[in-house]
Design a protein around this ligand. Structure first.
Ligand code: GRG
Length: 296
């Protein structure tokens, strides 16, 4: 295993325990809802957003105990979005993270509540202990996650996505959609990790944010390529859904080769944004490599 793989593996395992502790126990009422929340968050997923938060936290010299809460908040928002996205009123999918989707394993009403409750819990995570050196910064963190996940972020991107089915979008419209639907939360994960640490200059936060914008979009471009080229068993979710649902993607708009080239360009731009940080940004560089080269 490379040093990076060891780092990823150690954080994934450690973070799983953090999530187990932070989620409500399944034997406390309402048991079924709590069990469904744990089912949807635990034992699955690459944990890319938490890993980005941990790497940005390392860069900013943040205490791990703080970043745990910020990363958990982001992962809970992400898990809620997947649960809702899979429901019959949206993407209507039966497989997620290699297991039946929440509404299939439980029922639709429970899946709806799982998303609602995870969203609330995310904001509890960001507000119940001190995560930043001053309260103004922590308030900014709460606002950042709210904006990134709301109608001007992820939920708005999802609305745009639902409205785009069967339509021909321009590249800039597709980019707008994905910067919101997928990119906003990835970008927030990075800044939240960094905000847990020592103050950086606004220019440095700007560089980190630009890195986040590039890897967030690259993540989606690669997702489009994988949806078209990988198989269901490898992805742990249904492959080929975009074409089946007549959704515009980077592959349908540009073709697979140009989409891969775009991912490579975004990767290079992301690395460039980290230039001034030196060795401290090594994990962020490696995560950018992983996001672009991933196979699932
Ligand atoms: C329902 C408000 C609301 C939003 C849904 C994120 C999202 C918005 C929908 C998910 C649909 C989708 C497949 C988007 C493509 C990119 C993406 C977010 C993939 C899933 O993220 P991964 O690959 O998943 O990080 P894991 O399971 O590894 O955490």
């Amino acid at each position: 295993m490379s040093d990076f793989q060891t780092w990823v593996h150690a954080h994934q395992q450690r973070f799983e325990e953090v999530l187990r502790e932070l989620l409500p126990p399944a034997d406390i009422a309402p048991q079924r809802l709590h069990a469904a929340m744990r089912y949807s968050v635990l034992d699955g997923g690459k944990r890319v957003r938490p890993l980005l938060a941990f790497a940005a936290g390392e860069l900013a010299g943040a205490a791990l105990a703080r970043v745990n809460y910020a990363a958990a908040a982001v992962e809970m928002i992400h898990a809620y979005s997947l649960v809702h996205d899979d429901m019959p009123c949206m993407d209507n999918d039966v497989l997620r993270r290699g297991k039946p989707t929440c509404h299939v394993e439980y029922d639709e009403a429970t899946a709806l509540l799982v998303g609602d409750a995870l969203q609330s819990l995310a904001f509890q995570m960001l507000s119940e202990t001190a995560l930043a050196d001053d309260s103004a910064r922590q308030l900014q963190m709460v606002k950042l996650l709210a904006t990134a996940s709301g109608s001007r972020g992820m939920a708005g991107g999802q609305a745009f996505d639902l409205a785009s089915v069967g339509k021909q979008l321009s590249i800039s419209e597709l980019e707008f959609m994905h910067i919101h639907k997928t990119g906003a939360l990835i970008r927030a994960a990075i800044l939240l990790g960094a905000y847990c640490g020592k103050d950086m200059t606004e220019a440095q936060f700007g560089k980190l944010d630009h890195y986040g914008k590039c890897v967030g979009l690259a993540f989606q471009v690669v997702d489009d390529v994988l949806d078209a080229e990988a198989d269901t068993a490898t992805l742990g979710k249904t492959a080929g859904k975009d074409a089946d649902n007549d959704k515009p993607t980077y592959v349908t708009l540009l073709g697979a080769a140009a989409a891969k080239k775009m991912a490579a360009e975004l990767h290079a731009e992301a690395l460039q944004a980290l230039d001034e940080f030196g060795d401290k940004a090594q994990r962020l560089r490696e995560l950018a490599d992983f996001i672009v080269m991933r196979k699932y």
